[in-house]
Design a protein around this ligand. Structure first.
Ligand code: SF4
Length: 608
């Protein structure tokens, strides 16, 4: 069966046809290594991932390496592929995935893990790496979830720890030069010599009677004891994809993206990204403005998002906005900021970029009381919240979403009541300061807190289902009475996320079992099936509570202890202790607080 014949039977054929603006096509005769960059979710989501655009571009700069793309096929396409016995294929050349030298998965979210196994199976590659042959592609993975690689150690051959641009090309060149020369085992040992490369099969794990890790040891002395994350040191000179791919159909974020800096100094204690992407590295105003012009020209987009973990923290943000607006105002280019702070700078910048169209605004106070915001080190005060909203309402905005987390360490019902209190006060502020006759549209959303490795809360046990549901019920009723929309995140998906976020190597068998049971697209409500996960855990003799709800001992060996992300365990422990006392730690842009990521700092930019 020809692939083209399937396309008129699926909902969105553009997910599979390639040939988008800026897609790369190479003469295969001149290619020495074929790499398949894979996003374990549907095309529409994967095309919105900036990191994938960067890696696609940077690998394809290499003349003799060809990077193609793969996304999880949506269920309609998958059913057809199975019906016609067609193996999963790449986007660019529609080559079966088993024909590639290396397949790399980006790990953005724990609930996409079963899709990885499923995609391999659809491509005729055994998900269990012990069942693969020497001719199978090497399976590699990177991205934020790779900082705890252990749950995928039975599936993935090689993990790249750190930023892809700093590692992937070197790794692929190494494979290109050595494939066919070294055996697969030798190739893996050699790969482990590259800084930032983790090869799990070179390490053994043992467990004590309580199920905790008793030892994590190398079984080959050539493997490094610690795997140190690799980073791009200067983003001004680093590769950036001006020729960003433009999808035919719409993706989740349909606009150009310009990264303005990496890292974050705020020190929110729940935030893994804020720890693993340290230190802060800003791009210069000139680079950002220049990149924006080039990317708009190469893609034809009319909107650009200035992206980072906290864009308004860029030291030159006002100049960046002014210069972009001045340069592109005539072309009606819109500028968007993915994250806003609750402060006066946000108001000023918003006023500059949304003079005409007042879109909805999203803020994240994260917790309902000042005490709990201090615990999580979210530097937002009541004055910030109401002062900012007063100004934006006066300027004409009337659609606001506020995000909170539930189940945070030390949280009590008083903190949940605090969320209702905020809703009440926001309504009052709107009544008193609005400049439009339109009614306020206020949405309050809560997610369930998932403790992550490499954060000060990495030891904390996730709150149990019953308490979370009780809190959700309370908010549902209280906010309904206030006529405020309330959205909340499913507690069961957060529980499975918590298992894998801090899980160990034994969870590889659980993934294999869950995939056999039919788990896939677990991040999608319509496919998630908690009972299957319960069964997979129990079939493997493991308990959910042990992984999700157990407070880890301070001296316990954590599954990711062999990964060095720069921030030290001592710093994280110190921050956890301060959290319990609701002590705030300052933004290290003001003064270094010795997180360990390096020995010194200069105005927010650590020197490596
Ligand atoms: S080394 Fe100091 S300045 Fe740099 S990220 Fe860590 S705490 Fe902040």
């Amino acid at each position: 069966m020809n692939i083209d014949k399937l396309l008129n039977q699926v909902e969105k054929p553009t997910r599979y046809i390639g040939h988008e603006i800026n897609a790369v096509y190479k003469d295969l005769e001149r290619v020495k290594l074929r790499y398949l960059h894979s996003f374990p979710d549907v095309y529409d989501v994967g095309m919105s991932h900036l990191g994938s655009h960067i890696l696609y571009g940077v690998v394809n700069e290499q003349l003799d390496i060809y990077c193609e793309r793969l996304y999880a096929p949506w269920v309609d396409m998958e059913a057809l592929m199975q019906k016609y016995d067609m193996p999963l294929f790449s986007i660019e050349t529609q080559t079966p995935i088993a024909h590639f030298d290396v397949i790399g998965f980006t790990l953005q979210y724990e609930l996409s893990y079963t899709n990885i196994l499923h995609m391999l199976r659809l491509g005729g590659i055994a998900p269990d790496k012990s069942k693969r042959s020497a001719d199978d592609p090497l399976i590699i993975a990177g991205g934020p979830c790779a900082y705890n690689p252990e749950p995928l150690a039975d599936i993935v051959d090689v993990f790249l720890i750190g930023e892809g641009e700093a590692l992937l090309v070197d790794f692929l060149n190494y494979v290109k030069d050595n494939k066919g020369v070294l055996t697969r085992a030798e190739l893996l040992v050699g790969a482990a010599q590259i800084e930032g490369v983790y090869v799990p099969q070179l390490y053994d794990v043992s467990y004590d009677e309580s199920g905790c890790i008793s030892a994590f040891e190398r079984n080959d002395s050539r493997a490094p004891e610690k795997i140190v994350k690799q980073i791009v040191r200067d983003l001004n000179t680093a590769y950036y994809p001006h020729k960003m791919l433009v999808p035919f159909g719409s993706s989740v974020h349909n606009r150009a993206v310009v990264e303005v800096f990496r890292g974050c100094t705020a020190g929110c204690r729940f935030c893994q990204a804020g720890m693993i992407y340290r230190p802060v590295r800003e791009k210069s105003v000139e680079t950002i403005v220049d990149t924006t012009s080039k990317i708009l020209e190469e893609t034809g987009y009319e909107e650009v998002a200035l992206s980072s973990l906290s864009t308004l923290d860029h030291s030159g943000i006002e100049r960046i906005i002014e210069e972009i607006m001045a340069k592109h105002e005539g072309d009606k280019v819109g500028v968007s900021l993915p994250s806003l702070r609750l402060d006066s700078l946000s108001v000023k910048v918003l006023n500059d970029i949304q003079k005409v169209r007042k879109t909805g605004l999203t803020f994240a106070p994260e917790a309902g009381t000042q005490r709990l915001r201090n615990v999580i080190n979210k530097g937002v005060s009541e004055t910030d919240i109401y002062g900012t909203l007063e100004k934006v309402f006066a300027l004409g905005w009337q659609r606001v979403k506020l995000y909170f987390m539930m189940g945070l360490p030390t949280e009590t019902m008083a903190d949940i009541e605090g969320i209702v209190e905020i809703a009440r006060k926001v309504k009052t502020v709107y009544r008193e300061s609005r400049s439009t006759k339109k009614a306020l549209s206020l949405t309050m959303s809560t997610s369930v807190f998932v403790p992550k490795g490499f954060t000060p809360f990495q030891w904390y046990g996730q709150e149990g289902i019953a308490t979370i549901r009780e809190k959700q019920r309370y908010l549902k009723e209280a906010l309904k009475a206030l006529k405020v929309t309330y959205n909340y995140h499913d507690v069961y998906t957060s529980r499975v996320e918590a298992i894998f976020a801090r899980g160990d190597r034994r969870l590889g068998q659980v993934l294999l079992r869950a995939e056999q049971l039919g788990c896939k697209y677990d991040g999608w409500e319509e496919f998630f099936d908690y009972e299957k996960w319960q069964q997979a855990m129990s079939d493997c003799g493991l308990e959910i509570d042990f992984y999700a709800n157990r407070e880890r001992g301070q001296n316990e060996i954590l599954p990711w202890d062999h990964i060095d992300c720069g921030v030290t365990k001592t710093f994280l422990q110190r921050e956890y202790d301060r959290a319990k006392k609701a002590n705030v730690t300052i933004n290290c842009r003001e003064r270094c607080v010795n997180c360990g990521v390096n020995g010194g700092m200069l105005n927010g930019n650590c020197k490596w």
